[in-house]
Design a protein around this ligand. Structure first.
Ligand code: UDP
Length: 561
């Protein structure tokens, strides 16, 4: 087994290791890795594969921290729950029956560690008629508050907070209320919000025309609105609270692998998986810092890990039990996987490429293209060995594949703490800091400490001092070339965050969860500019986070984590 640091030990003890009925921890981290590997390897038997050698390979990869699956897999594989997916989208139709069915399904999913996304665009607007009772409708935002209250109460048995994504179409009559619904801190605390936009909206924006606001129940146009004015409102709310973000549904649906099954209208909570209603996705992330020799990328090892990870995740689909039969059926039909990466900044440090450089964007492109191509190759091999996903013949995939999608960039908020690596494709938060979760975690960047020792500027006092800063750029004791390698989230300009996001989005077939940080001094217009650039860069969605704009986030420090 690889070495777990103190932070990893704390996280595992608090949230992941199995407990008995009295709450006493009954497994070691090593036994946890063994439990997960053994459980997922048993799927091999169904396809005539070798269980034991596969278990060993899975165990090696996860216990060495080369690759980790999403939290629900680590928590639940080989246990009574056996629900392995992190990302769900549920349908919400315009009836009390459908709304409360979705509330119940949400509760079951949150209980097992998953997050849920919904489009509320089909719900009739506030003030509309309710024939059955002769009353008036209360509208999407009021129903979202019910989902929020349910989430608040479940809190996932204390192990993981529930998270939701609420989506509303920009043509919905209640869109303005939706946009400003989080300006009160106590409202919709367990929701991230996204306004869904389509080609028509952007065409109207480009030509300066108005667009139609439509009642989804009657399809009647209720009024006209100006795209630019709505964008101003969205930018202002996002400047103030971080919400809402935008979704680009036309771009998302251009890449929908199974359009015959329906149009995609929502994503999971952090935005990295656009899904059809009742789809679910099991994520896994390759720890890139484990795939260098300290100076260069070990492409052979990376290829092996990608192939193993695709097999692991496909087995996870086989082994996962879902709390709702409709989900079981959808997942079996599309077999969507979400393989991604974490430790991107660590890898850049090893390669001596500063995060804020053209070189980093070019390298991101080369790296993720490789991971993506290899993951497709692995999925094709599995289609040969097993069978293509059942909906393959009707899908847009030309060659048989085992999975409708293979790649995603997830935030890796917790699994990067277990792996001791930089999160996802994000710049580091700092070289040394205290993360205020789980009683306070002291995070110190190993690569920085090693380099400081080698270069002779290490001291305990320096590391202590650095805790008080969010950047090291003004610290005289640190040589300039080292400073350049350890640029933090605060040193990265917003347009560079976008370029990194776009480089990854270019190749992954799901989406990219990325925090586009803005300084506190950024203006509402800066936020709007980012939205417009995100559209120009063909992204699938965009969220911004202005320093200090939000007292408490849905998932920790940023809206995406
Ligand atoms: N998620 C959730 N609750 C949480 C954290 C995450 O429901 O507290 C879900 C959500 O759908 C998110 C996904 O898990 O988009 C992946 O998040 P992340 O990569 O941070 O999860 P990890 O596997 O690191 O715990």
């Amino acid at each position: 087994m690889g070495s777990l640091d103190g932070v990893a030990e704390t996280v595992l003890h608090r949230r992941y290791l199995q407990q008995d009925e009295e709450g006493t921890i009954v497994e070691t981290p090593d036994e946890m890795f063994r439990r997960v590997a053994a459980n997922l390897a048993t799927a091999e038997a169904q396809f005539g594969g070798d269980v034991e050698p596969t278990e060993e390979r899975f165990y090696e990869a996860i216990s060495n921290l080369d690759f980790l699956p999403n939290s629900p897999t680590l928590m639940n594989a080989g246990t009574e729950l056996q629900q392995l997916a992190a990302c769900f989208v549920l349908p919400v139709e315009d009836s009390i029956d459908s709304i409360f069915t979705a509330v119940k399904q949400t509760a079951l999913i949150h209980q097992s560690g998953g997050g849920t996304g919904f489009s509320f665009s089909q719900l009739r607007p506030e003030g509309d008629v309710v024939k059955k009772t002769g009353g008036v409708a209360s509208g999407p935002v009021s129903f979202m508050k019910i989902f929020d209250a349910a989430t608040e109460q479940i809190k996932q048995g204390g192990r993981r907070r529930g998270a939701n994504m609420g989506v509303l179409d920009v043509t919905h009559p209640d869109v303005e209320e939706f946009i400003t619904s989080k300006s009160d801190d106590d409202v919709l605390r367990n929701f991230n919000l996204s306004v869904a936009t389509d080609a028509e909206f952007w065409e109207a924006h480009a030509s300066g025309d108005a667009y139609e606001i439509v009642n989804p129940r009657t399809d009647a146009t209720v009024r006209q609105a100006t795209p630019d004015a709505i964008l101003d409102e969205i930018a202002e709310a996002a400047w103030e609270t971080g919400d809402p973000g935008l979704l680009f549904l036309d771009t998302i649906n251009e890449h929908n692998p199974t359009p015959h099954l329906g149009r995609i209208e929502a994503t999971n909570p952090c935005g990295e998986v656009p899904e059809l209603p009742y789809e679910a996705c099991i994520l896994g992330s390759i720890n890139l810092g484990q795939h260098t020799d300290g100076e260069e990328v070990d492409w052979e090892k990376l290829r092996d890990t990608v192939h193993l990870a695709v097999r692991f995740l496909d087995n996870a689909i086989e082994m996962s039990e879902f709390p709702v039969p409709e989900i079981e059926e959808m997942v079996t039909n599309t077999r969507r996987l979400g393989l991604g990466v974490m430790g991107f900044h660590d890898m850049l440090v090893d390669l001596r490429i500063p995060y804020v450089s053209e070189g980093a964007v070019e390298f991101a492109d080369e790296l993720i293209e490789f991971v993506h191509e290899e993951s497709w190759a692995a999925s094709r091999q599995l289609a040969d060995e097993r069978e293509p996903f059942p909906e393959w013949e009707n899908s847009i995939r030309e060659a048989p594949m085992r999975n409708a999608t293979t790649t995603t960039i997830a935030p890796t908020g917790t699994i990067s703490l277990i792996a001791g690596c930089s999160a996802s494709i994000e710049p580091i938060y700092n070289v040394a800091y205290t993360k205020h979760v789980m009683g306070g975690l002291d995070i110190v960047n190993d690569r920085f400490v090693d380099m400081a020792r080698e270069r002779g500027f290490y001291s305990e006092e320096l590391v202590e001092d650095l805790h008080g800063w969010t950047t090291i750029q003004n610290v005289e004791r640190i040589p300039d070339d080292v400073k350049r390698l350890f640029q933090t989230a605060h040193d990265v300009p917003a347009d560079h965050h976008l370029l990194v996001q776009a480089a990854f989005q270019e190749h992954v077939d799901n989406a990219v969860s990325k925090t586009v940080n803005l300084p506190q001094s950024a203006s509402v217009d800066d936020v709007k500019e980012i939205f417009l650039s995100a559209r120009d860069l063909d992204l699938k969605g965009i969220t911004v986070f202005r320093s200090g704009s939000k007292p408490e986030q849905v998932l920790g420090e940023s809206p995406l984590k």
